[in-house]
Design a binder for this molecule. Structure first.
Ligand SMILES: [Zn+2]
Length: 205
């Protein structure tokens, strides 16, 4: 028998809301979704810690309550925060998962989508390593696209929005550097999945 180089090759794509093709870093920051919740919204975020610095592992530490609040002056502004997201995609396109999708991660905060509040109840949060307003890497779009395609197959996703769209005036991520048309095209989804503001500009002739 040859060595099996990918030991999980026959594993199911999803197990209890955990995606096979993600590295697992379980976060204690989650709760149950309200009974009977339809998970129908994907929320795209951008985060980096300290802002604009990449690859140091601080976001993973934040989401798992391991961050040393005294390690950087900026961390004073978020000291004690207990947050998480379901997924995180690094600048190199690596995918990590912190909370099972069947559970409620703490990524959106005070939020509203199409008249419904508390987006954490019914959404899946995806954080891209990046700075608000900054650009994102090609490999991040590739990783995001394949993740979202898998999520669209697994959950009754009807909408995809940015944090800025569900918490306007309070949040600005992922910001202007995120290429919504490219992302939409990669998924082959109709305009109705996305906030009007991210595709309406394309229709002006
Ligand atoms: Zn956000």
């Amino acid at each position: 028998m040859p060595l099996l180089l990918e030991p999980q090759v026959n594993a199911p794509l999803w197990r209890d809301g955990w995606y096979q093709f993600s590295g697992r870093l379980p976060s204690p920051n989650f709760g149950l979704r309200p009974p009977g919740t339809q998970i129908d919204l994907l929320v795209i975020h951008a985060i980096s810690l300290p802002p604009g610095q990449y690859g140091g592992g601080e976001v993973q530490q934040l989401f798992t309550n391991q961050l040393d609040w005294d390690a950087h002056p900026y961390f004073q502004s978020i000291r004690g925060m207990a947050v998480s997201s379901h997924f995180y995609i690094s600048r190199r396109g690596e995918l990590q998962q912190f909370v099972g999708c069947n559970d409620r991660a703490w990524h959106a905060g005070v939020s509203r989508h199409l008249g419904r509040s508390n987006c954490n109840d019914y959404s899946i949060g995806i954080e891209l390593e990046g700075a608000e307003g900054g650009m994102f890497e090609d490999c991040q779009y590739e990783s995001l696209g394949s993740l979202c395609a898998a999520l669209l197959q697994k959950y009754p996703i009807a909408h995809i929005a940015g944090h800025e769209h569900i918490a306007p005036g309070r949040k600005t991520d992922p910001g202007e550097g995120f290429d919504w048309p490219l992302f939409q095209k990669s998924l082959g989804l109709a305009d109705r999945y996305f906030p009007e503001s991210v595709h309406s500009a394309q229709d002006i002739s």
